[in-house]
Design a protein around this ligand. Structure first.
Ligand SMILES: Cc1ncc(COP(=O)(O)O)c(C=O)c1O
Length: 391
């Protein structure tokens, strides 16, 4: 299959540089962030400085997963039992699970045409127990940050950004994760910056940063000479080996974005000209990471026919929602959340607009490794698929 055969983004680019980085750390015998043989320095500390510098933000905290970065951000904001956090109906299940693990209740709201949290739906969902809004930049593209910042400011709510699917992307010239109070990244295997497992929290807020350090490391305060802990912290720390790989991967990010954006722009312009299809509307097209081409079909039946026609031509494509498929990116499959929300006395989430939009959405991965021939093949396949009559 042309698209999808090399879909691991950062991990597809692993070469001798990562191997050398790992070997360097193992040879140093410094496998722990906070101490090791005399004369060795922490890779994790450098890795954090490099994330902070790339994103132009004062603080970055490396952790062991994107889920952990979410947990740290929410716990650092003091989110706890009974609090409500507004989230979009389209995200990986980890987003809502992080909220739930703090005893808080995810309030699931509709996405807009960008397939990210709709500020109008947030406005409607705000209630007396709302304590935060957690937006998710899905498939490389920014949510409507202007609208979300406006609604959260008016209600005095912190806005957290889940950037796990949008590494390096930006909104009006600012990298995602730096517009809200905290940004949460994943460096899991299939992400643009990949350490296999891993995550990073970024923030400009000194208080959030300090608290997040304590959440991710139960010994942090005491080890730093600050006396007794103030929070029952965990161990969500990033390892020196992860950081060594991450530093190499991070250096490649901007080049990779350039490569993907080039292919994405070309494919989007083709989709824009095809009958019955249009590219997903964007809040900032130039800032899209370019990792996913999403073509909106007229109906879900039309989207299904397009996917089938693409697959027949060797191009892997999928509909973002099908009622017969369990998909943990769709709120309808978030069984623990549904149970938790209803047991808290709230109505079960119901987001028909999200399902309708995702049902019409045809998704193709856009790897930086797609050759010109691959792209030409996708263009030809899309053109043929668009001529297939909708049922
Ligand atoms: C939107 C979103 N949020 C959170 C996560 C969780 O990240 P991790 O798997 O690193 O815990 C993911 C991972 O795929 C994700 O896509």
């Amino acid at each position: 299959m042309t698209s999808g055969s090399s879909k691991f983004f950062g991990a597809d680019l692993i070469d001798e540089d990562e191997i050398e980085a790992v070997v360097r750390v193992v040879r140093s015998r410094r496998l722990f962030r906070y101490y090791g043989p005399e004369g060795t320095a922490s890779e994790v500390a450098e890795y954090e400085r490099e994330w902070a510098s790339l994103l132009r933000v004062p603080h970055a905290l490396a952790v062991n997963s994107g889920t952990s970065s979410l947990l740290c951000a929410l716990a650092a904001l003091g989110i706890g039992p009974g609090d409500q956090v507004i989230v979009p109906a389209f995200s990986w299940i980890a987003t809502v699970n992080a909220i739930q693990h703090l005893g808080a209740v995810p309030v699931v709201a509709e996405v807009d045409e960008s397939l990210c949290l709709d500020p109008v739906a947030v406005e409607r969902a705000v209630g007396p127990r709302t304590r935060a809004v957690l937006t998710v930049h899905m498939r490389g593209a920014a949510a409507d940050m202007g609208g979300l910042l406006d609604v959260t400011r008016r209600h005095g709510l912190p806005l957290v950004e889940d950037c796990c699917q949008a590494s390096g992307a930006s909104y009006r010239g600012r990298r995602l994760g730096t517009l809200g109070i905290a940004g949460c990244y994943s460096t899991q295997y299939a992400k643009l910056v990949s350490t296999g497992e891993g995550g990073v929290l970024v923030t400009s807020d000194q208080g959030v940063y300090r608290k997040a350090i304590e959440v991710h490391d139960c010994g942090a305060v005491t080890r730093g000479g600050g006396g007794l802990p103030t929070y029952a912290g965990l161990n969500l720390r990033c390892t020196e080996l992860q950081a060594a790989v991450g530093r190499v991967q991070l250096r490649r990010l901007d080049r990779m974005l350039e490569e993907m954006r080039q292919r994405h722009r070309l494919l989007s312009s083709v989709v824009a000209e095809l009958p019955g299809l249009e590219p997903r509307p964007q809040n900032d097209a130039a800032g899209d990471s370019g990792c996913a081409l999403i073509a909106m079909a007229r109906t879900s039946g039309h989207a299904a026919s397009i996917c089938e026609a693409l697959r027949r031509q060797g191009v892997y494509a999928r509909q973002l929602y099908r009622p017969d498929v369990i998909d943990l990116h769709i709120y309808a499959s978030w069984a623990p959340t549904i149970a938790h929300v209803t047991s808290a006395g709230l109505p079960a989430p119901d987001c028909p607009r999200t399902l309708a939009l995702l049902g019409r959405a045809v998704h193709l991965d856009v790897s930086p490794l797609l050759s010109q021939e691959d792209v030409a093949h996708i263009v030809a396949a899309l053109t043929t698929a668009a001529s297939v009559p909708a049922d």
